[in-house]
Design a protein around this ligand. Structure first.
Ligand code: NDP
Length: 608
């Protein structure tokens, strides 16, 4: 009989049907009818969870009523990259506005102990060549990323016009003047020719919707607002304030994976409340090899970024320049593995054969992840509870070398809730599985809003040309052209996660969008236009493209355990990663944008 792709995998020492059933069982336990509604928004009595611990509380300034060329809302990498590219095409007055006290975006807020980026610094930190900067480590710690953000702001001269500790409250298009008026919580009423919304995908902390949070009499905070006054220490650890404290961490996602080892080192007692375990693979950080870094040829960063994004999009590249855990996973579990099998068999794989192979490889990879838990964590029942039962990309893969060993410390207890989560909080502690655990401090590592509306997460609404608000325009679902422009909202651009394609290396996607938008601005200027706007037709066509390309991802995520990747298990609701993004992947998306730019007609946009 002719060989099949399955034959190439050698011995299969597991039962795929059994694993599939186990995955579905674990998912079913966790899917809740309330989906995203299970979480609490940090407003009203929970508003203090969003307070900025880093900003100068006494900061005051006079309201602004001036005019600038561009207002950019959001000082994270999206906003900074948009500003950099606009500066490069000669835009003079660029105003970054951010509720935070500085640039940095997610890295401004997330200063929890152990905060670091597990995407390699050489591709994650944008504009390294432009700025002549060298990251200190293969994986940067948060302070370096924050400092790099500041360096970008200085390099492109963005501080002078910036407004920090300022929340936009609304924006209105003035058609007679062809410009926006931007209102803020500091009574500003400034105007701008162009507005860019780079408000971030995961910017609003969320809390579990459980009873009793505000009844807790101890101390509590969200990981993105770490209270070092209480814990002592800093992002590198040394949390001496916890040496006599019993601490609870709720949540075991990518953030908890990074901060739990430090809490375990410092707290008298640590209880880690788990609903779903993360997949935790090898990280292997190291200082930068300066000889290697200095040997890199000009243009290297773009080449590295593109090589990485191609590999993590399933493209078979001749070399793997980054060569880390991410590319290892993607090389093993995507089209690259299928192409390799096809080469070895000397024929194309039929779709079912390919799908079966992908599934088997995934089971094998996750068996490896589960074995890592078993060989690292000494207590058998803790080890069993820390094993993830879902396919690799159902949740964000994590990479860490101290998280699992932390559970071997005698002061650390894993409270596994068998997928049900924490039940409630009492004045004295946290209740799970019907048992109250008394603690002095609760750390909410419960993540950020994703499936909620764009305007809710941005914190403001926008009134466009016809008096229609953005939330009205998107009442039946998001509609954009290329994920960047909306009909009725002239001279406005979205940089981020709206109907676009992203990649593991998010700054790469943001950089492509920034370059694209700068092109649109410079081309429309060259044509003497001061107003650009998407046509209704271009929005419709892009929506159809999103719908067409999202189908495959949707099918995959339907079988996944709930999380923000699959709209908490409600994939068909039209929100969440799978439904709202360009499903053909970043490489095709970047190519599509590049072709559109090359065509030169700015088709799909109306110019005045
Ligand atoms: P996540 O949304 O990934 O995790 C939230 C955690 O809270 C989950 O473990 C969730 O469980 C748990 N949870 C929610 N409600 C309850 C409840 N009622 N009881 C118990 N547990 C509960 O947030 P993170 O902050 O960890 O990460 C968010 C994102 O930030 C990541 O996915 C990643 O994109 C980014 N990040 C990136 C890093 C990097 O290195 N580049 C590092 C850290 C974060 P369940 O899974 O069951 O929903």
């Amino acid at each position: 009989m002719a060989a099949t792709a399955r034959d190439l995998l050698g011995d299969i020492d597991f039962d795929p049907a059994e694993l599939h059933a186990k995955y579905l069982h674990e998912r079913d336990k966790r899917v809740r009818p309330d989906g995203n509604e299970q979480y609490v928004e940090i407003t009203d009595r929970f508003a203090s969870f969003g307070d900025d611990p880093w900003a100068d509380a006494s900061f005051e300034r006079e309201p602004l009523t001036d005019h600038v060329d561009v207002v950019i809302v959001g000082g994270g990498f999206g906003g900074l990259l948009a500003a950099a590219r606009l500066r490069e095409i000669g835009v003079k007055r660029i105003r970054l506005i951010d509720a935070a006290g500085d640039v940095g975006g997610t890295w401004y807020w997330n200063r929890y102990p152990g905060a670091a980026c597990d995407v390699q610094s050489y591709i994650y930190l944008p504009l390294l060549e432009e700025l002549g900067a060298m990251p200190q480590h293969k994986y940067s710690f948060a302070p370096e990323i924050m400092e790099h953000s500041r360096r970008i702001a200085r390099h492109y001269d963005l501080y002078d016009d910036a407004c920090f500790q300022t929340g936009v409250t609304s924006m209105e298009w003035d058609d007679s003047e062809s410009r926006w008026t931007v209102f803020t919580d500091r009574n500003d009423e400034m105007t701008a020719n162009i507005v860019v919304l780079a408000t971030g995908p995961l910017n609003r902390p969320k809390l579990p919707g459980i009873a009793g949070i505000t009844s807790f009499e101890g101390h509590m905070f969200h990981t993105s607002r770490w209270d070092y006054d209480y814990t002592g220490g800093d992002t590198y650890g040394g949390l001496i304030g916890l040496s006599d404290k019993r601490v609870a961490v709720i949540g075991t996602g990518a953030t908890a994976v990074q901060c739990v080892p430090h809490l375990a080192d410092s707290a008298k007692e640590l209880f880690v409340f788990q609903r779903t375990p993360s997949s935790v693979d090898v990280r292997d950080n190291a200082p930068t090899d300066t000889d290697w870094f200095e040997s890199l040829e000009p243009g290297w960063q773009k080449r590295y970024m593109e090589n990485f994004t191609a590999l993590v999009s399933g493209y078979d590249e001749p070399e793997d320049l980054v060569g880390d855990g991410w590319t290892e996973i993607f090389r093993g579990l995507t089209g690259i593995a299928a192409k390799d099998a096809s080469r070895r068999l000397g024929r194309r794989l039929d779709p079912r054969e390919k799908e079966e192979m992908m599934e088997l490889l995934d089971y094998r990879k996750m068996n490896g992840v589960r074995n890592r838990v078993q060989t690292t964590v000494v207590d058998p029942s803790t080890a069993a509870a820390l094993q993830p039962w879902y396919r690799q990309f159902c949740k964000r893969p994590c990479f860490h070398d101290s998280y699992l060993p932390a559970f071997n410390s005698s002061n650390v207890t894993l409270v596994d809730t068998d997928g049900q989560g924490v039940e409630r909080i009492t004045p004295n502690g946290v209740v799970a599985n019907g048992v109250e655990h008394e603690v002095d401090c609760i750390v909410f590592s419960t993540g950020f809003e994703y499936g909620t509306s764009y305007t809710r997460r941005a914190g403001f609404d926008v009134t466009g040309r016809n008096g229609e608000t953005l939330s009205e325009h998107w009442a039946d679902g998001v509609r954009t052209f290329h994920g960047m422009h909306a009909h009725g909202f002239p001279n406005m651009a979205f940089i981020g996660f709206v109907q676009t394609a992203t990649t593991v290396n998010i700054p790469h996607a943001l950089a492509e969008q920034a370059t694209h938008f700068a092109h649109v601005v410079s081309e429309s200027r060259a044509r003497g236009a001061s107003v650009i706007e998407a046509t209704p037709h271009s929005e419709q066509e892009w929506l159809a493209e999103i719908e067409r390309t999202a189908v495959r991802a949707r099918k995959f995520y339907e079988e996944c355990t709930p999380g923000y990747y699959n709209n908490e298990g409600h994939v068909t609701d039209g929100t969440g990663f799978a439904a709202g993004m360009y499903g053909a992947g970043p490489i095709k998306f970047f190519d599509l944008l590049a072709r559109w730019r090359d065509e030169g007609g700015l088709s799909g946009l109306q110019l005045r």
